[in-house]
Design a protein around this ligand. Structure first.
Ligand code: FPP
Length: 241
């Protein structure tokens, strides 16, 4: 997979439930199959030397509104994934980071996430950022709160603010802007994902449900991205006339 010129791919992994229903299976089976896609896509991105991959694993709304049994399944899968993938992350140079209110997840899960973050912190390959108990508006609001505190203490000057002053106070100050946002299972929505970072991102929506999403699907998304002309609000050479 050629990811030249692309720094950050973010994916809204949707359709686990639909994938399971279409096969007469329980939703949990869809999530379990979804973990296989996560594993394969992370490995492919690491081999391609992509700089940054963010996966929307759980929104704040999912965490609050899904039935307890489903959340329990997702938490168990996440915990198992953290333990099982450590060796592969180390072998492939993957560095795990997170955005979202991770500390509100069950302590047993938080412990394994933090351990994997620490273990992989020195790796210099692909950053795998997991959005967990994440909401984009909440992230911006928290950054605004930190900015207000910095203004109050005189650390920043309110009359001389830059976008960078806010970016640096988001959940992960190191996260680059999103180049390509992929959404599986067909819905044309951003769903409160990386609202700040996605500003100039190209959006690719595929009808494929997440458990069926593999390298060929990601390659198709990257090809689609390459066909777009990114103007960032300006004009391309030759368009002035
Ligand atoms: C959307 O499908 C998916 C989720 C809410 C969870 C995504 C979780 C995984 C892929 C597995 C665990 C993740 C990791 C990183 C190990 P949905 O249930 O909303 O599907 P539906 O819209 O078809 O019902």
């Amino acid at each position: 997979m050629d990811v030249t010129g692309l720094r950050h791919i973010a994916i809204i992994m949707d359709g686990n439930g639909r994938w399971a229903r279409a096969r007469g299976l329980a939703r949990a089976r869809g999530h379990r199959a979804g973990v296989d896609s996560v594993r394969d896509i992370v490995t492919d991105c690491a081999s391609a030397k992509l700089e940054w991959l963010t996966l929307f694993a759980l929104s704040t709304e999912n965490y609050r509104r899904r039935p307890r049994t489903e959340i329990r399944t997702l938490m168990a899968l996440l915990r198992r994934f953290m333990i099982a993938e450590r060796a592969t992350f180390m072998k492939n140079g993957v560095r795990l980071r997170t955005v979202g209110r991770v500390d509100e997840l069950p302590p047993k899960v938080v412990k394994e996430i933090r351990a994997t973050e620490e273990l992989t912190a020195g790796n210099d390959g692909t950053v795998l950022s997991l959005a967990l108990n994440y909401g984009g508006r909440r992230e911006i609001l928290d950054a605004a709160r930190r900015l207000a505190a910095a203004a109050q203490s005189g650390e920043v000057d309110l009359d001389d603010l830059s976008e960078d002053d806010l970016s640096r106070r988001l959940d992960d100050p190191l996260m680059p802007d999103v180049d390509l946002l992929v959404r599986t299972a067909g819905e044309m929505r951003i769903s409160n994902f990386l609202l700040w970072q996605v500003s100039y991102g190209e959006i690719h929506v595929t009808p494929t449900c997440w458990p069926d999403f593999r390298r060929a699907n990601l390659e198709a998304a990257v090809d689609d991205y390459r066909r777009r002309s990114r103007r960032f609000g300006g004009l391309l050479a030759g368009e002035e006339r």
